[in-house]
Design a binder for this molecule. Structure first.
Ligand code: NAP
Length: 340
């Protein structure tokens, strides 16, 4: 059956940033969509994700994905409802996740969409705790830097999407003490009151090194690094012999205009025989079903607390993205595009 003609709106990259991005580097553009071809679907996007890694794709040089192209629509994770389908495997009415975010509608190959089970959890959870950020926490703390019973665990950007799930997961894995860092008194209070951290460190409120030493006088066993820079150095100083570090992200350097130097105290890795292991979540998508089953169970029984910071409307998506880079979010930053 032919689908209705749809004029949609999308966000294009208008120019590349030099340092911190600004709103004028994004453009809201209207475009008529082609009809889906055989094997394709038309999706009305209801939610989209804005993520720190997108900053790297705004640069001309390659990050781990090719750069966004100037004057063309950006992309990223999104969730929506199938409103026309030319593939029986993904029928009209299905809720799907896919990678054509930053637009209100998307025509894509059915094979590029993943049907999600909204009876397990509310749909937007599939862009957060049940999505790539939740999976990243899971891989970091079970594979890259496995938490063992009795461990002292430190997590940076702990009030964010990866960090807020990671703190609770560390506890479920048997950590004795879970410490989180975040910017400002409101976020640090929330780490303890809502996200189950034992101790919260406000990195803006004084020496990170001293605050972590006070929080973990006998040192840390595991560090999940979302921030890099000063946080990674402070964690290296605090590491116990045999400590394990999951290197997940380095957001403190994403707007840097020069290459960011490595930690000045990496020698601790040799003398204390630390393991530092990177996490690149696309290499671990095979673990998604296992994670969804676990995390959806915890969401349902109330033992995993998640939050979202929601911004309304595609026109506000660039502001939401700049907000993530500046710490405007608690939990997962999402853009709500339409009601299902
Ligand atoms: P998020 O934590 O929800 O949001 C980013 C947070 O970073 C902000 O809320 C802000 O919180 C903090 N931040 C910003 N600048 C900072 C600075 N200079 N120093 C300390 N904190 C700073 O984002 P997310 O999606 O969960 O991602 C967290 C990290 O994981 C990012 O580095 C991201 O690139 C990475 N990541 C990696 C993978 C992978 O496959 N390796 C997958 C997903 C995410 P405050 O208010 O506390 O400063």
């Amino acid at each position: 059956m032919a689908s209705p003609r749809i004029v949609t709106r999308e966000i294009h990259l208008a120019s590349r940033p030099d340092g911190e991005p600004t709103l004028d580097q994004f453009a809201l553009v209207e475009r008529e969509l082609p009809e889906p071809a055989p094997g394709q679907i038309l999706v009305r996007n209801t939610w989209m994700s804005v993520d720190p890694y997108m900053r790297g794709r705004m640069n001309a040089g390659p990050s781990y994905n090719p750069p966004f192209r100037l004057g063309e629509v950006m992309e990223g994770s999104a969730l929506g409802e199938v409103i026309a389908s030319r593939d029986a495997a993904v029928p009209v009415g299905a809720t799907v996740t896919h990678f054509q975010g930053w637009r209100e509608h998307a025509v894509l190959d059915a094979t590029a969409a993943r049907i999600v089970d909204t009876s397990l959890a509310p749909a937007p959870a599939y862009l957060g705790a049940l999505g790539a950020t939740g999976l990243t926490a899971h891989v970091a703390l079970t594979e890259a830097a496995p938490v063992r019973p009795g461990d002292t665990v430190l997590i940076s950007a702990a009030a964010g999407a990866v960090g807020s799930v990671a703190g609770q997961l560390a506890r479920k894995l048997g950590a004795a003490t879970v410490i989180g860092t975040a910017g400002g008194p409101d976020k640090t209070a929330k780490l303890v009151s809502d996200f189950g951290f034992d101790i919260a460190v406000d990195y803006r409120a004084g020496s990170l090194h001293n605050q972590i030493a006070d929080a973990a006088p006998e040192g840390i066993d595991v560090y999940l690094d979302n921030v890099g820079g000063d946080h990674l150095e402070a964690a290296l100083d605090a590491a116990r012999p045999g400590g394990r570090f999951a290197l997940v992200g380095a957001i403190s350097g994403y707007n840097a205009t020069e290459p960011v130097p490595g930690p000045r105290n990496l020698f601790h890795a040799y003398t204390r025989e630390l393991t530092l292991r990177g996490v690149f979540v696309p290499s671990h998508y095979h673990r998604w079903p296992e994670w969804i089953e676990k995390a959806a169970g915890w969401l349902a029984d109330g033992s995993l607390h998640t939050e979202q910071t929601v911004v309304e409307g595609l026109d506000q998506a660039p502001a939401a993205f700049l907000g993530v880079l500046r710490g405007a979010n608690i939990g997962k930053m999402l853009v709500h595009l339409a009601t299902r």
